[in-house]
Design a protein around this ligand. Structure first.
Ligand SMILES: [Zn+2]
Length: 400
């Protein structure tokens, strides 16, 4: 049992902060939230100036890579990647990220097991396991012979045709994933396709979505061009990742389907600003530069239309996009898109939590997990305060 007294409490849902508030955590979950003089203190008692919900990154890869060249990713073995990703989990937790959604890795499922057993420290992991890509799609390794690409245990697995897609989804469900991830367009870090090229047919996407929804888990689609986004949304996809080139029809579909938009500005920002110094292949740099302005315009339009925009960095591990600096996304949502500080905090908490099953994380509300972060300064004055982490509680346990 833990009682946390808060000078300022931002609960992740409501518009206004509360002052002189109290949060009581019992058996790992929030038992009560309210004014300090109305909620009875139990157990150990601590006090912090500013308290927010544990942060949620809705788009990471627990891939344990340390290079920006996909050729290196194909060469390394899963044990090396798992060991590095284990270190990344510690950094995420220390940065106040108590939940992450891993949308494509060979290691996410095993790491989820180890964290939930308490063997290693880390955020709550919601994972798709390996993503799905069509042949020649964003998750195919275009530079390898096809047989190698098809057999390697990378971030993605290649499946084609509605029957293989359905069977792939069933295999992931058998593994116990929290969501299904598909590549619905080309991308930046795939050599021989382009962000505006659609991938997977309507029937293939429907097959993934039918299987996922049958067991109550969502489908996330990497989708950068408008035709690919619309194909995804019309056929059951729940979250659009990246979304570089929206059009009016795509925005209408996002609203109609109650989808969540996860723009991943942070990786694009870092690639364009510094990618050349970090071994990014030239074709990837070119595609990122070409898309950046449209990407920011799209995110602005989507936000202004009232679509929920979630914090997701697409960070994957190398120095250019390292775990632990994930709050950069909130800063970009404010400075480059125009969200208010409070909106950016919601993007980093309750909105990001929309992308995972259950209402268990992302807010300081009775019934949810007792995941809290204490900050050294007020993020409503400057959202960069999200990096000024003083203490982190996961399930009511101090983990930093
Ligand atoms: Zn990604």
């Amino acid at each position: 049992m833990l009682t946390v007294d808060c000078g300022t409490l931002i609960d992740g849902i409501t518009d206004e902060p509360r002052y002189d508030a109290r949060v009581v955590i019992e058996d790992g979950r929030i038992a009560a939230v309210g004014p300090r003089d109305e909620v009875e203190a139990v157990g150990e008692q601590v006090e912090h100036d500013v308290v927010i919900p544990g942060l949620v990154d809705a788009h990471v890869h627990l891939a344990g890579v340390r290079s920006m060249d996909p050729m290196d990713w194909a060469r390394e073995d899963v044990a090396t990647m798992t060991a590095r990703a284990t270190a990344d989990l510690r950094r995420l937790l220390a940065a106040g990220f108590t939940s992450v959604r891993d949308v494509g890795s060979a290691t996410g499922l095993g790491l989820r097991t180890a964290v939930s057993e308490g063997v290693i420290p880390g955020p709550r992991i919601y994972t798709s396991g390996r993503a799905f890509s069509q042949t020649g799609g964003h998750g195919d390794s275009h530079f390898l012979p096809y047989e190698w690409s098809r057999s390697r245990a990378g971030l993605s697995e290649i499946v084609d045709g509605p029957d293989e897609c359905r069977k792939g989804a069933r295999r992931r469900i058998r593994d116990g994933v929290d969501c299904i991830k598909i590549m619905a367009t080309g991308g930046v870090l795939s050599e021989k396709d382009a962000p505006d090229q659609s991938q997977y047919t309507a029937a293939e996407i429907r097959a993934f979505a039918e299987e996922a929804h049958r067991v109550g888990i969502p489908v996330a689609a990497h989708a950068q061009g408008a035709p690919g986004m619309k194909n995804a949304l019309r056929n059951g996809v729940d979250t659009i990742e990246h979304g570089f080139y929206v059009d009016d029809e795509a925005i209408d579909l996002l609203l109609e389907t109650d989808a969540t938009f996860v723009p991943t500005l942070a990786i694009m920002h870092r690639i364009v600003a510094e990618g050349a110094d970090h071994g990014m292949p030239e074709w990837g740099l070119r595609k990122a530069r070409e898309a950046q302005r449209a990407h920011l315009d799209s995110t602005r339009r989507v936000h202004e239309a009232g679509v929920p925009v979630a914090l997701g960095t697409d960070f994957i591990g190398p120095d250019l996009v390292p775990h632990g600096e994930n709050a950069l996304e909130a800063e970009l949502l404010v400075s480059a898109v125009g969200l208010s500080e409070m909106e950016a905090i919601r993007a980093a908490t309750s909105v990001a939590a929309r992308t995972v099953p259950g209402d268990e994380v992302g807010a300081i509300e009775a019934g949810r997990y007792g995941d809290l972060v204490a900050l050294g300064s007020d993020p409503l004055d400057d959202v960069a305060a999200l990096r000024d982490v003083e203490a982190v509680y996961k399930g009511g346990e101090a983990v930093r």
